[in-house]
Design a protein around this ligand. Structure first.
Ligand code: INI
Length: 145
């Protein structure tokens, strides 16, 4: 694991949620013996900006996986649908185009309570799950190549 490099692209919007996702993801990677200076963290304003930065990072071909972290909470407008939909689509596009695991650690929830339960428990801990998904995908890719 010591030779692996992993990028994390994390949005600042709903920072009470995303800062926890980030600390859980980085701690999980460190527990898996990923070196501190092999975890590259990029902050973006909101989930909508995540795919662009993930694409720029992918183009450099310097990391083994990218973990995208964010929290999109449905408000009273259709803005949610655009932000959540385009974020998910963009993440998948980058993964397929550059053949690199790009993990969808972006919560899309009806309300803040749901987001909190999927971040802090008991309905999950998305930061930990996302880091583990990245490690699992890297291992799988090594087997396939
Ligand atoms: N960005 C989020 O990450 N989560 C949200 O819930 C959200 N809502 O609800 O509006 C959100 N909007 C900002 C968006 O991601 C962009 O940063 C903004 O539109 C500028 O492009």
């Amino acid at each position: 694991m010591k030779d692996l490099k992993i990028a994390i692209v994390v949005s600042k919007f709903n920072d009470d949620i995303t800062s926890q996702l980030l600390s859980d993801a980085t701690n999980t990677l460190k527990k898996a013996e990923i070196l501190d200076n092999h975890i590259l963290i990029y902050h973006v304003p909101g989930a909508f900006e995540i795919p662009f930065v993930a694409q720029v990072v992918s183009e450099k071909k310097e990391v083994d996986a990218i973990i995208c972290l964010g929290s999109v909470i449905r408000g009273e407008t259709t803005h949610y649908d655009y932000v959540a939909g385009e974020c998910a689509r963009g993440i998948m596009n980058v993964s397929l185009q550059y053949q690199i695991p790009v993990i969808m650690g972006v919560l899309t929830t009806e309300n803040r309570d749901q987001a909190q339960k999927r971040t802090f428990g008991p309905k999950g801990q998305k930061g930990i799950e996302s880091a583990n998904a990245a490690l699992e995908m890297i291992t799988l890719l090594k087997k396939l190549s």
